[in-house]
Design a protein. Sequence first.
Length: 214
Amino acid sequence: MYLTDAGRADRAELDRRSDEVAWSFLEPLTGDQRARLVAAMAEVERLLRASMVRLAIEDPARPDARWCIEQYFSELKARFEAGFDPASSISAAAHELVPPAGALLIARLREQPVGCGAVKLHPGAPAELKRMWVAPEARGLGLGRRLLLELERYAEQAGAHIVRLETNRALKEAIQLYRSSGYREVPAFNNEPYAHHWFEKQLNASGALHRATG
């Protein structure tokens, strides 16, 4: 569907009138006030976008889930000093990410996938968090923390008392997220070749779930 010349002219006129209305609100303000208003409007837009994100457990074999995992792998390959080969990493295959073995959480914005995270469950042993990824265009919305809290909730409801994860030193944002979310660094608990940091967190009613609502 394309606009005709007349349609483009009408749209240009509407844009001009819209700009005039916007300027009528801004003109009485000082430069500092305008900057504050623009910043506030940007924050409102960011929060509205964040409110539109929906999280759901999905089948890891579905196309959108596979796409998220592929994007995750591509980013690791680009950011790790020695690249990244999934075959050399500790597995989190599709069959390990479906109940009761585990789960894959997909985040969607306007129905499009923009992030993921997974948990592997081990009865009587700590749960493992895997595949934490947020699309570049969705970063800054608090989505990583939402994914993390929801995965912790899922693991606790499945009976886990501890969650663990490992990460690479190149993923500084992820390390900061884990530390600020109550994870403590511990000695290596597996032989993941791409890991430089190992973290764990106790799950209980006054811990992970309390922080999710506090």
